[in-house]
Design a protein around this ligand. Structure first.
Ligand code: ATP
Length: 365
């Protein structure tokens, strides 16, 4: 009998619904073909548009259903002119991260040989690494609670043993899975500033302790400033990078830049029970409603979701479908004839997604 997985879907704001529809269609297409699993989608209300209509940004019932789902697929939420009375933006995606303790922010960075991008890769080189950003503490700990007087402002960086241990185990397990799949040498690099801050020496100390449990993998360290340099000079040498929240926030945008922009950058926020899969970009209100949004970051996030579910439930078909979906997007981007405007092409959202479907079916372009 097939296993059925329930996917909570937040269509979100701006371009959100436009990129969600083709992504869900591709997932249904894959599940229908594979036969080894079924997907059931439950669309849940939340976001800035919902807040403007109802005064609620993330209804308790949406949170409850998301908590029970097998995975959460989210497009993008927030609109610049819809705000809470204190002036801050509506960001249910951050509330989900906190509510479900999604400590591991997974930001894969992948550029295939020949794929256009800001770097010219040496012959035979490709970029394929994963940045794991701690997502619940670090310098974001005092988010919204910083102390500000006329003469001084303070924010607090907090690093705990409990979260760091879970984070590092996650990073080593990821490196092991990648190594098994032939996608990396099995190396985890702890990115910190341990030469200056005691909190980062503490972070690094815990990393070294956890590394002892993974004798088959390589553990090394790098300072965050040097990492920024190397991400531009020799990004093909990285495998799994693991770092604090603020450093990860900055480096993940650098990673998106290496891929040629936000339109190709997927992400996952993973905890011990739940996980949210969403593109790195926002709701892009400037192009909403035009059918011009690039769906690829969202489709790649859905591919990560299939891979995560497949590993978690030991379902080889789901893992294979996750890989096929990622490779189909990569093939379409490499071919370059169905690109959306942000990547220099003229295709609309539907045409870009159809090209992925054709690549999946092995049909001619
Ligand atoms: P947030 O703060 O919510 O992450 P942001 O202010 O960084 O959002 P985005 O909504 O990500 O901004 O948009 C930044 C720019 O990138 C905009 O010009 C937008 O049109 C463009 N953009 C973002 N996502 C896409 C996409 N999927 N396809 C095409 N263009 C995009």
């Amino acid at each position: 009998m097939n296993s059925t997985f329930e996917i909570a879907v937040f269509e979100g704001d701006g371009i959100g619904p436009e990129i969600t529809a083709p992504t869900v269609a591709l997932l249904n297409h894959l599940a229908g073909k594979a036969g080894g699993y079924d997907l059931r989608f439950v669309t849940l209300p939340a976001g800035a548009g919902h807040y403007a209509r109802t005064g609620e940004s993330l209804p308790a019932e949406s949170l409850r259903q998301a908590a029970q789902a097998d995975a959460i697929l989210l497009s993008a939420m927030g609109l610049p002119d819809v705000r809470y009375p204190d002036g801050t933006e509506i960001s249910p995606q951050i509330e989900l991260r906190i509510a479900f303790d999604l400590f591991a922010g997974v930001r894969p960075v992948r550029v295939r040989p020949g794929q256009p991008g800001p770097l010219t890769l040496p012959e035979g080189r490709e970029i394929d690494f994963v940045l794991v950003r701690e997502s619940t503490e670090g310098l974001f700990h005092s988010m919204g609670k910083g102390e500000v007087t006329r003469d001084e402002a303070r924010e607090t960086l907090r690093i705990t043993r409990d979260v760091s241990e879970k984070l590092f185990r996650f990073a080593f397990d990821l490196a092991a899975t990648r190594k098994q799949a032939g996608r990396g040498p099995g190396r985890v690099t702890c990115v910190d500033k341990a030469n200056v801050f005691r909190a980062f020496a503490f972070f690094r100390g815990i990393f070294d302790e956890i590394a002892q449990d993974y004798p088959d993998l390589t553990a090394d360290h790098a300072y965050v400033d040097a990492t920024a340099l190397w991400m531009v000079q020799k990004p093909w040498e990285f495998d799994v990078l693991v770092t604090e929240n603020m450093f990860g926030d900055i480096l993940s945008d650098l990673g998106a830049g290496l891929m040629g922009g936000l339109g190709l950058a997927p992400s996952a926020d993973i905890g011990l029970r739940q996980a949210v899969f969403q593109p790195c970009h926002g709701s892009a209100p400037d192009i909403a409603g035009q059918g011009a949004a690039n769906p690829h970051a969202m489709i790649l996030s859905a591919a990560l979701m299939l891979d995560w579910l497949g590993i978690r439930h030991e379902n080889a078909e789901m893992r294979a479908d996750g890989r096929r979906l990622r490779e189909a997007v990569e093939a379409v981007v490499a071919r370059g004839d169905s690109l959306t405007r942000d990547l220099g092409g003229t295709a609309g959202t539907a045409a870009a997604a159809e090209a992925v479907q054709r690549a999946l079916d092995g049909a001619p372009a």
